[in-house]
Design a protein around this ligand. Structure first.
Ligand SMILES: *Cc1c(COP(=O)(O)O)cnc(C)c1O
Length: 371
């Protein structure tokens, strides 16, 4: 039986490189609480991502949750966001006592439809939390304009957008803050991990305390903080993975081009679009199946692939305003494009070491799935 092919496969450095990186942790016995590796990774990432300020955290979710807390968004305030995302985005809003207001996405790159934002703004709106889906970036300029006009904070969920640049600037330098995820399944990983990028140093000081129980000094607790520190072993993994990142992205590009070449010949399969002035990180390979043209559905393709031990993901399905814990609580019917795409999208196996033979096999199955 052939090996299972999953939607992604975590990047890992050579074993000896990691062992070498963690040796000094045995010398110092300092395993967490903002040690040497934490400092080193923070500095490296700040320059790699070309952002003014950075805080490392234990994961992307707490990065998002604590960033909203750091901006002191008033309880009950409304936050404009999209449901075409990982559940973390919506949870972080709700867990802050805020109310998600769902804006639809656009059909081209699946990010927030900027033409629909303003009609959702009320006197309770406090922030916009847009998502750079699959590494496609939002219309950051329009969002900035709208936010300035209405005095709203903008916090980007940039979990998919590690290393992406827009007009030569790090994507994490747009908005009031951006959060990145370094989960094992992301383009860059620290096993589990994440960061927040921002420009206001005061926000940085607050985040530093919030990730450490709100502790400000030996006998001073300033805030109702959490525990969200990145440990030294994770930071060491990040230091190693960062050395190989450009090479990994270059390999992803080769896989992406093979998919593009083969899938663009199949009618009814929509592949990703390029974006102007955006450097890509090739984070995911989503296809959208139009059952009016393609002789079958997304689910048919998924089944055919699974029969051959290939496991794509229906990512993002269901949309977050239709999951059990939210569907009866928030408006689930106002985002028809998100609903349309979600029912037809499939993210195909995609990672640096995916062989081109496998890509050929996957595309052949998709080409024949209807027959
Ligand atoms: C992965 C992800 C997160 C959460 O990050 P974790 O590091 O897994 O906590 C948030 N938003 C999006 C869009 C994600 O894909």
């Amino acid at each position: 039986m052939s090996e299972n092919i999953l939607v992604t496969r975590s990047s890992m450095p050579p074993f000896d490189e990691y062992v070498n990186e963690i040796k000094c942790i045995w010398d110092s016995h300092w395993m967490t609480n903002m040690g040497e590796k934490h400092k080193e990774l923070a500095e490296s990432l700040k320059s790699f991502l070309e952002v003014p300020e950075i805080e490392l955290l234990v994961n992307g979710h707490l990065a998002l949750e604590l960033t909203m807390q750091a901006f002191n968004l008033p309880k009950g305030g409304e936050v404009i966001t999209t449901p075409f995302t990982f559940i973390s985005t919506t949870h972080s809003i709700v867990r802050n006592g805020l109310v998600p207001v769902f804006c639809d996405i656009n059909e081209t790159d699946y990010t927030i439809d900027v033409d629909k934002i303003e009609s959702l703004i009320t006197d309770k709106t406090v922030a916009i939390v847009p998502v750079h889906v699959y590494g496609n970036i939002c219309d950051v300029e329009r969002i900035d304009e709208i936010a300035k006009k209405h005095n709203l904070k903008v916090i980007y969920d940039a979990a998919h957008a590690f290393s992406v640049k827009y007009k030569g600037k790090g994507i994490g330098s747009y908005g009031d803050a951006s959060i990145f995820s370094f989960h094992a399944t992301k383009v860059f990983n620290t096993i589990e991990g994440g960061c927040v990028t921002f420009s206001d140093k005061e926000i940085g000081k607050k985040l530093y305390k919030l990730k450490n129980f709100g502790i400000a000094g030996k006998e001073v607790i300033d805030y109702i903080g959490s525990n969200a520190k990145m440990n030294e072993f994770s930071a060491a993994m990040g230091i190693c993975n960062l050395r190989h990142l450009n090479e990994e992205i270059a390999k992803r590009k080769v896989v992406k081009e093979r998919y593009d070449e083969l899938l663009s010949k199949i009618d009814g399969i929509k592949i990703g679009v390029g974006q102007k002035d955006v450097s890509k990180n090739y984070a995911y390979y989503p296809i959208v199946v139009d059952e009016k043209i393609y002789p079958g559905t997304r689910d048919d393709i998924c089944e055919k692939l699974e029969e051959r031990n290939i496991f794509p993901r229906k990512y993002f399905y269901p949309i977050t305003n239709q999951v059990d814990c939210y569907k009866d609580v928030f408006d689930a019917g106002n985002t028809p494009t998100a609903e349309y795409v979600s029912k037809r999208v499939l993210t195909l196996p995609f990672y640096a070491d995916l062989s081109l033979d496998k890509v050929d096999e996957i595309c052949e199955i998709i080409g024949n799935a209807s027959k």
